[in-house]
Design a protein around this ligand. Structure first.
Ligand code: MG
Length: 380
């Protein structure tokens, strides 16, 4: 199902002691957590609704992310949501998610459950049963105990069939201010399903919430690994490229590109960690534009794909398998070059080498093999 998302980040955040959407949470602006997670969950594009005049702050907070557009907020939350919907209306999706930027830890699992629920409803929202006893009180004195049966706490993102939400908003009488978007669809007679809520979808409301939510930040990321294997045949030549470094040698590796098996193995490992196919999918060997291409192009693109998913590479490790040339004298240059290509610290890059003691194709010096592993961290 094609879905877009509106991220409502238009609040002045008076209760949170300032505009919380721009504040850093575990090293990243609050609004970026949601934007990365919704893009990673498959959103086609995002309308990010910000206070009028603050588009530049959104540009800074979301630098490097594609497929989003800033939208000026309105006087009320519902006006802001409608501005976001208007920004998407020219090319409407099948479904739209409305999400509060102040709930940073949305995951792909939340989004899948919501989209599934739309099969039998016009809207869906994650909700938690009320587990605390509810007291009614005045002047800090209890006046009664309310039944909590059948009560749920509504969270976001909330998902809607596009037509159902836009028609419900069009029918909303002026002056009525709903506290969430599901209420607008309910009012129009639409069915709204509940999906499992999650304590991690808590809303940053008060300044002290930042400490609690910051402690949860690690749980909102997943770590994935990928592996890559490559081999190229030796042939006549004077220079061999390995891990982005040219080495004077009495042979070279034969291939469509520069045949840098080290960079190819690392590229496949990075692509593998994000489930993005392999190097041949992105740079087909049948395409003449990659003939003789320097392989740093391939690895740089794999790194960009990780960044586009809101992820980062934690480390890469490659082993070169050959009898000759000796790798050790070039190892630090290789680490530095791979680190440079991927924008990593050199400590996040390992280059190792082994022989096969004369056995197999590397041992017979028919070719060189390389094996790599990459670890990436991504939105959950
Ligand atoms: Mg190759």
């Amino acid at each position: 199902m094609i879905f877009d998302a509106v991220i409502v980040a238009a609040g002045s955040g008076s209760r949170a002691g300032g505009a919380k959407q721009w504040r850093a949470l575990a090293g990243k602006p609050v609004v970026r957590w949601s934007a990365e997670a919704l893009l990673a969950a498959g959103a086609r594009r995002l309308a990010v609704v910000v206070p009028p005049g603050e588009a530049a702050r959104a540009e800074a907070a979301l630098a490097g992310l594609d497929r989003w557009t800033p939208v000026d907020g309105g006087d009320t939350r519902s006006a802001s949501v409608q501005n976001g919907l208007d920004a998407l209306a020219a090319d409407p999706p099948q479904a739209v998610l409305i999400h509060d930027a102040a709930r940073p830890f949305v995951s792909s699992a939340h989004v899948s459950a919501l989209l599934d629920a739309l099969a039998e409803a016009e809207g869906a929202l994650p909700a938690l049963p009320v587990s605390d006893t509810l007291k009614r009180a005045a002047n800090a004195t209890v006046t009664g105990t309310a039944a909590r049966d059948g009560l749920f706490r509504a969270q976001t993102p909330q998902a809607f069939r596009w037509a159902a939400l836009t028609e419900a908003y069009a029918a909303l009488p002026g002056g009525e201010e709903p506290t969430d978007d599901a209420a607008v669809v309910e009012r129009a007679g639409g069915r709204v399903r509940l999906t499992p809520g999650d304590p991690r979808l808590m809303k940053l409301t008060y300044p002290e919430d930042f400490a609690l939510v910051g402690a949860l930040a690690g749980a909102a990321r997943v770590v994935r690994t990928g592996m890559g294997l490559d081999a190229h045949r030796w042939g006549p030549g004077e220079t061999v490229w390995l891990c982005g470094v040219p080495i004077a040698h009495d042979q070279t590796l034969i291939g469509h590109s520069d045949a840098d098996a080290g960079l190819h193995a690392i590229t496949d490992a990075v692509l593998g960690a994000i489930g993005a196919g392999d190097i041949g999918d992105h740079f087909p060997p049948t395409d003449p534009q990659w003939k003789g291409a320097p392989s740093d192009l391939f690895l740089r693109r794999a790194g960009e794909l990780v960044a586009e998913r809101g992820g980062r590479i934690v480390n890469v490790d490659v082993t070169l398998v050959c009898e000759r040339p000796k790798i050790k004298p070039h190892r630090e240059a290789m680490r530095a070059r791979v680190a440079e290509i991927l924008g990593l610290s050199v400590y996040a890059v390992s280059v190792k080498a082994t022989t096969t003691e004369g056995m197999g194709f590397p041992g017979r010096q028919e070719g060189l093999a390389a094996q790599a592993i990459a670890t990436v961290e991504l939105p959950a």
